[in-house]
Design a protein around this ligand. Sequence first.
Ligand code: ADP
Ligand code: MG
Length: 671
Amino acid sequence: MLAGKELMALEAAGMRTPADLLEHLPRRHEDRRRFDAFPNQPTAVAVCLRGTVIDAGPKGFGGRRFTEAVVMDGSGGVFGSGKVTLRWFNMPFIHKVVAAGQEIIVYGKVKLSTGRLVIDHPEFEVLREDDPGESIHVERVVPIYRNLSGLSQRRLRELMHLCLVRCEPEGFERPPDLGDGMSRHQALWAAHFPESVEAGVAARRRFALEEFFALQLNVVWKRSRYHDRQGRELGWKTTSLKRFYESLPFDLTGAQKRSIKEILADMRSRRPMNRLLQGDVGAGKTFVAMAAMLLAIDSGCQAALMAPTQILAEQHFLTFERWLEPLGIRLALRTGSRDETSHLEIEGRPQILIGTHALLYDKVAFEDLGLVVIDEQHKFGVAQRAALIRQGVMPDVLVMTATPIPRTLTMTIYGDLDVSLLDEKPPGRAKIVTAVRVSPKQTDVTKFVKEQLGQGRQAYLVYPLVEESGTLKAESATEAFEKWRKRLGGYEVGLIHGKLKPEEKEEVMRRFREGEIAALVATTVIEVGVDVPNASVMLLHHAERFGLAQIHQLRGRIGRGGHKGYCILLTDGKSPEALEKLRVLEQSGDGFEIAEADLRLRGPGDVLGTAQSGLSDLKFADFLTDTALLREARALADRVISEDPMLDGCHAGLRGLIDDERAEGEAGTTA
Ligand code: ADP
Ligand code: MG
């Protein structure tokens, strides 16, 4: 039934079993019982026409050769023009497939070109003489698949049909709660060879819903397991929090206040808090975390904040020192390289501990950890988060992220967490101008940087690599450092990258923060959280090598001190796609919008890291377009779990959807 070449084509597409094949659902369906009339003007949408090829062959000359075929309406052109021309450029093999006399079905948008109605690069299928009758290819609704290299539409359709007739592939049977009364096999029939185009759409939705439902059932289940636990009731005393508020020279934003309220309610409740604080860079997450931590220590316990890098931990420590030491709160810093304790600690155990993962190995400092805050949580593994949480007994947990992602993704990745959204930025933030520059003259670039430094500002000069690499042709930070020193003679230039020793990094950051260094040549070590208000310029070299969301994070480092910020994206302009991508940043300063564009361009697996999500395995559903469906799946999962929290009374297929092992390992932690 299958030729060796076809088997190889299927293998190459990762299809080894009939089930694999059948899960390759059609991209769309074509109702070949009735076709569109041949149009007499261009069309805004694709049309599906059936006709006879009356002329076909290579056309054009010189560099502009193409294949052309004229198709005539089979019904004699009573309505409309009766004729459409098809064109294929740079596809010389087409004229071996299409010939005069053939009956053909074409699909595409019709436009006007040199006075004729044409479809360029149409989807098409040549019919065979024996097709009418029992054929699966015409006179019915037929599936159109995403192309698999090495297999024609026609052949793929035949194979699908054969599989459906011959096998009943294994797969989990659909839980009846979700059911449309169809078995999986029936549902597959409906998805491939439906009675109507609408029925085909409905069948695909069903599979997508099933897929989302499995994801949602997992997170909702984890969430409910977590909420069943006995936590402690904190936050009833608010003495330090009140004093903290009084000491602030500005008002908190509405979003900050709302988030603190939500956190307060969680902490006071008996069940342990498991909350995500999500906000774009600069939204002011630190103060929200600080407020939560004050609530914990007012109740007599300790609070810990874990940050992914030493630079960040130190910076948090400085911020906390600045705001909380005047209130007499005992702070300690724990990073790999050094332990610093604010002088107040001498009089007692630290109340607030800030650090990197070094916190996990601290056997002494923790006495009664009531609140754990994890900054930039996606930079940590599940095990690390769990380890910190184990330093306490059922502590409240707040995780923070500045990676804005669409709401639907949040529901999935962080679906077991409650979410507080900082969707408002503190006032008085200066505008950041972002501009893409394709290979500008170096003297112009240098002049611009010098002008800014001359006005007392500071600059980040960012590079994708630390050192020269054999394979990647990009200037590295170390190379660039020497050049910038010469270019910016008279100004102090610093260098920071991931390969420096922690003490060295810390020293460079200190000098930059204190203004001794005017321009800092850096890699992405400065990506998260670094806060130097006087820095207002960022030059991003080889910008095409960075992800959109990453650049957005990076530019969040500038324009923090009320000075207008300039983020210049330098690129060679060789790749049009890369340019288009960078333009998104010129136009939008909204982290969520950018994340969505990033997602569209790269897909969830790349954006979020596959380990994070397992999202790249989605077969049927699409996070960007099936948002309503995801909400439906969430509602279904909520209902199922609330009616039967342990799923005891449920169909085995439904219980099978819960990934027990993973859920066990993570219960008591976070997503
Ligand atoms: P995030 O961690 O969300 O990126 P930060 O907590 O570092 O943001 O805050 C960014 C900057 O905004 C900091 O310099 C901080 O002092 C300032 N800030 C935060 N909240 C406010 C506010 N309500 N009013 C004025 N400035 C604020
Ligand atoms: Mg932060």
